[in-house]
Design a protein around this ligand. Structure first.
Ligand code: WTA
Length: 638
């Protein structure tokens, strides 16, 4: 398959960009015409960023899985759609052709249907990185159920929060998940979560690790047995649900600066068209590409660039169950060598941790198949960029630094591999259809270059979030109210003399730890659940591998009931239980007071300076209620 919208030169990029701004309807209609529709749309875009309301191709009808699977059965039924590499390299891998994917997805969809799951129902998916996870996501999309994938590292409490917020009627899970040397008991965490959830009627269980599980006769369904029976009995329903363009495709929860995570909602058509458009252009699609995105499907990167983007484009996508450092730090390179991977898309955190392992793990690994490298999720530092370029790409592979967010659905700012110029640590230029601007704190447009500002987007692209589930006002407040009339990303950026953007990091209270988004408020709420804790404040600090680490300043009761080390450990346990182990603070400092203004607001700016070690540079403390606390906190810094 070829995509006439694939940009082949810098000149073409410039003219595509110009057209996308001057004639957005014509531009996107042309692109949309290369997808498979049940009913061709006649409308293109209606929008305002005040309500906000965005509708793309509103009267069109489609099913995304027909674009991901059925369409390829004509010319590439036997091509591998998904390569699955297990956690343990000694275990047999799996290669699933487009034909097989069609059967697997339709079979699972049939089981879901047989148990009453229908269009519009919310289904939570809590699984490890197994092929059945891909089938589950696509099976939901096939029948029009709205999937909400929950990353396998989240705690029972986080699962419960997400199930309740979405009012999910079903959960698809595994007995356990293998990750490196660990066997994580997923089903028992789901069981614990369900104690508090009344909406869930069915729990579909795929057996992966063999860890013992408790079976609830009323709710639990043995997925593997039912699929097998359906395949053998020949009663697979192949029909896909015809979805309206603006029907929700999925919900994905993500952290913001306040309150609990919010359910970002993406629509069927806009999401499909934009993520695929970006996939084809950023990675410079070739029909025979083996695409290895190392993210987890629990995050948006996995949704868009392991599943939907690559499958819509019809390449071979590689799904890896394990982690980069197990059994050793050569695992990614083994995989690249074993499958002759062409595109490697990973996070700066992974690059930095592999860089630490040196070049020894690269010995005797043939990486010559690589053509394009990519990074995503957090700013990349110069050193990691050059290491990646020299040792992995051997200076022959363009590196795409792709900036985007759960809310944006697909990549918005990135160089196009080998087509538009790269600059280390810069995401560079916007994709066609994307109109970024910088504003100052007063919301005034900054027109000059060589400046820092708050990154906003002033025009909708097809895969912009449509709402936050169940609470449209929250969507408006979070993204469209800070600077009225603009979508505010929450990121700061620098724009250089060429108009290239360099993302400098979050300007709100969101942390980015190893590429995982975590709200400081979420971590504080979790810490405050510890009975000895009176109050806490959490900030990020620069961390060599994780990008950002979590530093918690905690006030405890005067009468400490436990030793300090025990308190620290208990705080860790509490955070693991409430959010998940990945949100545990790296540093916990017990303090007597926090720097607050007279109105009671915590001055995080000061805490951030202390956490990063800039003790002589904490700024003005005269407006504080008690400036003395700052000296005390400085002294106790760890
Ligand atoms: C950050 C991940 C610098 C940014 C796709 C954004 C980046 C947040 C980059 C979204 C990049 C993502 N350079 N920072 N190339 N890509 N970010 O929702 O702060 O998990 O707002 O989506 O990651 O994280 P999310």
């Amino acid at each position: 398959m070829s995509f006439p919208f694939q940009i082949q030169s810098y000149k073409e990029y410039v003219s595509a960009y110009k057209k996308s701004v001057e004639e957005p309807d014509t531009f996107w209609n042309e692109i949309a015409s290369h997808f498979l529709w049940r009913k061709q749309p006649t409308k293109t875009l209606q929008w305002n960023f005040i309500e906000p309301s965005v509708k793309w191709f509103e009267d069109g009808e489609l099913n995304i899985t027909e674009n991901c699977i059925d369409r390829h059965l004509v010319d590439k039924a036997d091509q591998t759609a998904i390569i699955w590499e297990p956690n343990d390299p000694a275990e047999k891998n799996r290669k699933i052709s487009y034909q097989e994917l069609h059967i697997e997805v339709c079979a699972m969809a049939t089981v879901l249907r047989n148990h009453g799951i229908k269009k519009g129902d919310r289904v939570c998916i809590y699984m490890g990185m197994v092929p059945e996870l891909a089938f589950a996501v696509l099976a939901c999309a096939r029948i029009g159920a709205i999937h909400s994938v929950i990353f396998g590292g989240f705690s029972a409490q986080s699962i419960a929060d997400r199930i309740q917020d979405a009012g999910a009627s079903a959960v698809i899970t595994c007995d356990g998940a293998f990750r490196g040397g660990k066997d994580i008991p997923l089903k028992s965490l789901v069981d614990e979560a369900l104690i508090h959830c009344t909406t869930v009627k069915k729990v579909f269980l795929h057996q992966r690790t063999g860890i013992p599980v408790v079976i609830n006769e009323i709710t639990d369904v043995f997925l593997d047995t039912e699929i097998k029976n359906i395949k053998e009995g020949g009663h697979i329903i192949y029909d896909a649900e015809a979805m309206k363009a603006e029907d929700p495709l999925f919900i994905l929860y993500t952290s913001g600066s306040t309150g609990k995570p919010k359910g970002v909602v993406h629509s069927c058509a806009g999401y499909m068209i934009y993520t695929t458009y970006a996939f084809v252009n950023v990675f410079q699609y070739q029909p025979d590409h083996i695409h290895f995105c190392t993210a987890d499907i629990g995050w948006v990167t996995g949704h868009s660039y392991i599943l939907y983007g690559p499958l819509c484009a019809g390449v071979t996508t590689l799904m890896f169950e394990g982690i980069p450092t197990w059994p050793d730090a050569g695992r990614f390179w083994n995989i690249v060598d074993k499958y002759k991977v062409n595109v490697l898309y990973t996070a700066p955190t992974a690059i930095r941790s592999l860089m630490l392992a040196g070049t020894e793990p690269l010995k005797n690994k043939d990486l010559s198949s690589l053509k394009v490298l990519g990074t995503v999720g957090e700013p990349i530092n110069e050193e990691a960029w050059h290491w990646y370029d020299e040792n992995i790409g051997k200076k022959k592979c363009p590196i795409v630094d792709t900036w985007w967010q759960t809310e944006t659905g697909g990549v918005l700012i990135s160089n196009l591999a080998g087509i538009t110029p790269a600059r280390p640590t810069y995401a560079t230029l916007p994709m066609p259809g994307v109109q970024p601007i910088l504003v100052n704190d007063q919301g005034e447009l900054i027109e000059e270059n060589n400046v820092n500002g708050n990154l906003c987007i002033r025009f909708p692209w097809p895969s912009i979030l449509r709402t936050t589930y169940g609470d449209h006002e929250r969507c408006k407040q979070n993204y469209f109210s800070t600077y009225p009339g603009l979508y505010f990303t929450g990121d700061g950026a620098f724009r250089d003399e060429n108009g290239f953007y360099r993302i400098t990091g979050r300007v709100d209270d969101v942390l980015n730890v190893s590429g995982h988004r975590i709200g400081t408020a979420e971590v504080e709420n979790a810490i405050n659940m510890h009975p000895d804790v009176v109050e806490s404040a959490v900030v990020g600090f620069p961390h060599d591998i994780k990008g950002q680490g979590i530093y918690a300043f905690v006030i405890c009761d005067n009468e400490l009931s436990e030793e300090l080390d025990t308190i620290r450990k208990n705080i860790h346990d509490t955070v693991s239980k409430i959010i998940g182990p990945f949100a545990k603070p790296d540093k916990i400092q017990l303090v007597k007071g926090l720097p607050k203004t007279r109105s009671g607001k915590i001055m995080r700016r000061i805490l951030r300076k202390i956490a990063e070690g800039a003790l002589d540079n904490v700024g003005d403390t005269t407006t504080l209620l008690d400036p003395g606390v700052v000296e005390e906190i400085k002294k106790g810094r760890i």
